[in-house]
Design a protein around this ligand. Structure first.
Ligand code: RFL
Ligand code: PHB
Length: 397
């Protein structure tokens, strides 16, 4: 049965849309989630891996904390490698006790889908939203296609959680919509490998050969990334070339002959790097959240966390609206989120441009990067700034 009316229509069943659905369900607000892809696709899309404390708290509040608390791995820092040296940034001592958790986006999505389906919460897969009309009226309408037929869903509010290529942002008229964008001159080759993680925390490496990141999914699965030129075909990177390049970019003088433990590579993909913000994040009865409104390059591990923070703010605003008729939080939604979004945009840009080798880069630029990384190693203030941004700012009340 396709519902034809609800209080809140949520477009997109990624982490933002699913988390919002659970938070609204807990607050007793009706919502329907429309997701264009099928369940298996949504659950297996390989993306982010690091959760900030505020995201962990939101998942617990949504009732989705049980498996995360059992299987997630708490990390107290990251290692920076540059100039063939390693420097660890210790989060708790620099931030008054903050940490991050390694728990993959695939698992977050699986947990949220299972919860939503377990109590019959409306979640339609393969329901592709084509347009939203009436954004500036009291009864916006979502037009979607499901099982070969066109349908409409009328509602009080539409929340566009439909990612960067989503359609909901088109409901904001061009005359009021501003976009800000930067495209980076490099991409990441991301691989999953059945090999134990290199180290018990993440390693972010600057090298003249380009950036490398060693992350993990579990005690036996590594997630590894290499900077590659835009337009790279993953076929140009046979497994041995990937391992050799990781060895070279992660090498430090203190451990001569050090090599990663190799294992079968089970997935390979290339991801372009882009920063993008759409403003405002609300127009009339339409709100944008997560990648639908902003994306960051993944170097700061912020994408999923920003999406979670947005929907926490949306959920509070809609809960207040349905509980006591107050629209104050809806009115301030865009400004509240954009302040946090721009901080994360800056941090992601900083991490990206400090750690990657721009193809146009001069030796002067490389010296500046190394000086910046030295500063993080030598100055408690610089390290604390990095740690504070990496572990994430609190979500404002
Ligand atoms: P998502 O996850 O893109 O979910 C949007 C959902 O909307 C659906 N959709 C529609 N549904 C109905 N009708 C339509 N017309 C629709 N159009 C789209 C889509 O099928 C999808 O299910 O956005 P959300 O929920 O805002 O979550 C954001 C995060 O997914 C994202 O910020 C991060 O994954 C970004 N990101 C990474 N972040 C990190 O912090 N670390 C990473 O390593 C990392 N890797 C990545 C990433 C993003 C990637 N993308 C988007 C290309 C790797 C990739 C490949
Ligand atoms: C990941 O584990 O996929 C990951 C971790 C940290 C990042 C980006 C990606 O900055």
């Amino acid at each position: 049965m396709q519902p034809d009316h609800t209080s809140v229509a949520i477009v997109g069943g990624g982490p933002a849309g699913l988390l919002l659905a659970r938070l609204l369900h807990r607050a007793g607000v009706d919502a329907v989630v429309l997701e264009s892809r099928d369940r298996a696709y949504v659950e297996c899309r390989q993306r982010a891996g690091i959760l900030e404390q505020a995201t962990v708290d939101a998942l617990r509040e949504a009732g989705a904390g049980a498996r995360m608390d059992r299987e997630g791995i708490t990390h107290d820092g990251i290692e920076l490698r540059f100039d063939r040296r390693a420097h660890r940034v210790d989060f708790p001592s620099l931030t008054g006790g903050r940490r991050v958790m390694v728990y993959a986006q695939t698992e977050v999505v699986k947990d949220l889908v299972a919860l939503q389906l377990a109590d019959g919460g409306p979640l339609l897969f393969e329901a592709e939203v084509r347009a939203v009309t009436g954004a500036d009226t009291e009864r916006p309408v979502v037009h979607y296609r499901h099982e070969g037929r066109d349908h409409t869903l009328s509602c009080d509010y539409v929340v566009g959680c439909d990612g960067f290529h989503g359609v909901v942002k088109r409901a904001v008229p061009e005359a009021v919509r501003s976009t800000y964008e930067r495209v980076y001159p490099y991409s990441w080759l991301g691989v999953l490998a059945e090999a134990p993680p290199v180290y018990d925390e993440l390693i972010y490496a600057h090298s003249e050969r380009g950036f490398a990141l060693a992350s993990m999914r579990s005690p036996s699965v590594s997630r590894l990334y290499l900077q590659v030129p835009n337009g790279t075909d993953p076929g140009e990177w046979p497994d041995a070339r990937i391992w050799d390049e990781l060895d070279a970019r992660l090498a430090v003088d203190a451990e001569p002959g050090w090599k990663l433990e190799r294992g079968p590579i089970t997935a390979k993909s290339v991801l372009p790097m882009r920063s993008h913000v759409t403003e405002p994040m609300r127009y009339g009865r339409v709100l944008l959240a997560g990648d639908a409104a902003h994306i960051v390059p993944p170097t700061g591990a912020k994408g999923l966390n920003l999406a979670a923070a947005d929907v926490v703010v949306v959920a509070r605003a809609l809960t207040a609206r349905y509980r006591d008729g107050s629209t104050a939080l809806l009115d301030s939604y865009s400004d509240t989120c954009l302040r946090r979004v721009w901080r994360a945009e800056h941090f992601s840009y900083f991490m990206t441009t400090t750690l990657h080798a721009d193809p146009e880069q001069s030796p002067f630029d490389t010296r500046l990067q190394l000086s910046q990384l030295e500063q993080v190693s030598n100055s408690r203030h610089a390290a604390a700034e990095l740690a504070e941004n990496y572990t994430g700012l609190p979500i404002p009340d």
